[in-house]
Write a protein that binds this ligand. Sequence first.
Ligand code: UDX
Length: 427
Amino acid sequence: MKITVIGVGYVGLTTGVCLAEIGNDVLCVDKDKIKIVDLKQGKIPIYEPGLADKTLKNYQNKKLNFSTSIKEGIDFADVIFIAVGTPAKYTGEADLTSVETVVVDIAKKMTTYKIIVSKSTVPVETGKKIQETIRLYNRTTDFDIVSNPEFLREGSAVSDFLNPYRIVLGVNSQKAKDAMLEVYQNIDAPKIITDIESAELIKHASNSFLALKISYANALSRICEKVGADIEFVTQGMGYDSRIGKDFLNAGVGFGGSCFPKDLAAFIDISNNCGYNFQLLKEVQKINDDQKQSFIDKIKEIVWNLKGKKFAVLGLSFKPNTDDMREAPSLDIIDSLLKEGAIVTAFDPVATKNAKAILGDAITYAETIVDATKGADAVIILTEWADFKNIDVANLKLKTPIIIDGRNIFDPLEMKKKGYIYKGIGR
Ligand code: UDX
């Protein structure tokens, strides 16, 4: 199947490359000329394991191409994926201006039947708005709308696309359904065929539920600390029950990223707009915010006054295997430390460049773990990078042997044996 993908960001590039990988002919369109030139030269703008080589391979065997012309994109294929950004406004509502701009462009330029597929995360009933908008600008050409939400995790987006738990297809015609089944024919996964509104809701409902699980584990960790239990045992004991499941029950310093915070806020906004006060999700947000604050309190509890103290922060990205700093818990935590007059040196395997763009010279950036920790009053773990789990803590040259582990990557007994004052989450 010939496919155009409009918007070549995290989702759009992964979608375009993987759709080519499974045998489609794909044209990725973006208005950012520099990005398109870079992509044609094999320069991938995002750190995503496996994406670079698949981009190069499919580009070289002509299954994948790039363009800045939306007209070329519309003429190239009958199936057009919209994968532009839908960031949160300050109210939490999703900003759909990019979606509307693209939809109007398609409406004005399309002259033959098209299937417009919404891949971007959009509020429920956006499909209806797309339908109305196209009809407004193009009263003659036949088209169908599809909602095909993505469930990609950063750091594993390529494998998530090629081996999904499910593919959700919100359609309102047999023709669109048949076309979408052909697009995904080479992916062996359950295809959930629904109406458009249900497909749109599945995305927000899924992300919000995953965030809810995390906040539930984080709330439990607070109780564990009060009664001397270990959250790792509690969630392990819970997770064996397949009705609960062990995934997304890891307590830590809270969730970040470009999706959970944004999708939660958008879903709360959507619910308000349709007359339901989703108090439960507001609590999920509050627990996440409190978790970062309680982590700062934990640091104070052990280190006492923070002013003038030197902290080695290990991990800046919002999760391992990504360089993405969007809504990373490290930003709030470092901000709180700096406000108290602390001195911060940070190390992250890949996110330093993106972190510098946000934090600037408010902190210093070490090239290695040893450099970051030299002379520090305490080590603070904020992202569970695999590198950190193998640190030989006995050889760290700290001023005082304190480790505050925001992702429970170390074993408390091990740390005690090695002479450290160790504090984890919920332990
Ligand atoms: C998420 C969803 O998983 C994905 O399906 C959706 O398409 C996009 O949003 P992503 O945000 O890339 O993916 O990363 P994810 O692995 O879900 O982690 C999100 C945040 O939750 C990270 O900050 C991570 O550290 C945190 N997290 C995750 C926890 O704190 N505990 C957990 O058990 C799991």
